[in-house]
Design a protein around this ligand. Structure first.
Ligand code: ADP
Length: 395
């Protein structure tokens, strides 16, 4: 068998997503999700050939979840012994100052990911559980850690440095690490491939529940909106994005504790906090029904985006390509239109027809007119494929 496949794992604290991918063609042989791990009402969904197989069962730990996933592969295919499984790609949110690229997991890499839990307390510990469990079940295959932050490891010092007391920043390793790097790298690289050149000044907008903007010169990130953590930057589904840090001091003085403020900023703010909904489809619906909270939420969301596009256009010294990706970026024609409309003065001309009629077979979809000075694109992101490709390259 010549085919080689990679098993991509994205392990969260109570969930584990997986895809079995053929990295060259991008074909997904199977994918699925284990949810509510740690409870006796766990659920595992395995999708193969478009067919969904779902089981509900107790899933006390990630090990039972992965074992059940293996059972579902045995029952419904494909046979993991006959798919040319070359190794595992593990998504890791925080690679800190250590990782400029993917790394084969060994004791040293494991220890570094563990050390970085401090910077990503919600994510890295859960990724390690995924790694440990998979390594226990498949000890003879290589396990590759692919970091969300690696694309930003080489951000210029002037964009990665906060204007914070130097010693404090150094002592606690406080800098902009960014996030969504796997997606921005995939999308900006796809744009360069599409244009056949690496010299473009581009902005990629990853607009999902989490959202970030990135300015790239060709394939290299020069600034990004997420910072020490994925809280900074754009308005998101449930996160504030940029906010005066003094709001924290104020709330502390008013009696809230750090955990409460953390939850408020990360889980109860953003679109949800502004209008009560974080799914953009619901927000638009409510705005159409005349809801003033939804209208204001959309205005705040779009204005923040506009600010970042403006800042990055100046940082780049002009703009050649603007690209939308992720759930909202790929599907929300109105958000794209509203934004592009405001960019007319820098030469952006959006084609209404193209914007509203996406051809899903295309990996790059132009929505600007032929004579637009800035090329505006939609490029569906594919983080799992990017992880599989980075893993196979290293293997
Ligand atoms: P994440 O991976 O960060 O959870 P996604 O990239 O899957 O998020 O994006 C999820 C968001 O995409 C949803 O919250 C929803 O607001 C938005 N979305 C999906 N489809 C549409 C659509 N047709 N119109 C507007 N928004 C959409």
């Amino acid at each position: 068998m010549n085919q080689q496949t990679i098993f991509v794992i994205n392990s969260g604290s109570s969930s584990l997503k997986y895809q079995l991918i053929e990295p060259v063609s991008g074909d997904v042989l199977a994918k699925g999700l284990a949810e509510r791990i740690g409870t006796d009402r766990g659920e595992v969904t395995h999708i193969v050939h478009g067919e969904k197989h779902t089981d509900t069962l107790p899933l006390p730990t990630h090990k039972e979840a992965l074992n059940h996933i293996i059972d579902l592969f045995k029952e419904n295919g494909p046979d993991l012994d006959h798919v040319g499984l070359a190794g595992f790609g593990h998504r890791i949110v925080q690679g800190g100052w250590y990782f400029k690229g993917a790394a084969i997991v060994n004791d040293d890499v494991h220890a570094k990911i563990t050390e970085l839990c401090d910077l990503a307390p919600l994510h890295n510990p859960a990724h390690l559980i995924g790694i440990d469990t998979a390594m226990e079940l498949w000890p003879d295959l290589p396990h590759i850690a692919v970091f969300d932050t690696a694309f930003f490891a080489d951000l210029p010092e002037k964009t990665r440095t906060y204007a914070l007391d130097k010693e404090t920043a150094h002592k606690y390793r406080i800098r902009r690490y960014g996030a969504h790097g796997t997606s921005h790298e995939f999308v900006s690289g796809t744009v360069c491939d599409y244009l056949g050149k690496d010299t473009v000044r581009q902005i990629t907008l990853h607009l999902g529940n989490g959202a970030s903007a990135c300015a790239e010169l060709g394939r290299k990130a020069i600034d990004t909106s997420m910072g020490l953590t994925p809280l900074e930057g754009l308005v998101m589904g449930t996160r504030t994005g940029d906010i005066d840090p003094a709001v924290v001091f104020h709330l502390l003085r008013k009696g809230m504790n750090v955990e409460e403020i953390d939850t408020l900023f990360n889980k109860k703010s953003g679109m949800l906090g502004l209008c009560g909904d974080n799914d953009m489809r619901d927000v638009w619906q409510r705005r159409d029904d005349g809801d003033s909270d939804a209208l204001l939420a959309l205005q705040v969301y779009q204005n923040r985006l506009l600010k970042y596009i403006g800042a990055y256009t100046f940082e780049l010294g002009g703009l050649d390509v603007l690209t939308f990706t992720a759930g909202i970026g790929e599907n929300d024609a109105r958000t794209r239109y509203r934004l592009c409309e405001k960019l007319e003065f820098i030469g952006v001309k959006i084609d209404k027809e193209l914007n509203e009629n996406r051809d899903p077979s295309k990996s790059v979809w132009r929505i600007s007119t032929e004579d637009s000075k800035v090329l505006v694109l939609v490029v569906p992101t594919n983080e799992e494929l990017a992880i599989a490709r980075q893993a196979i390259r290293l293997i």
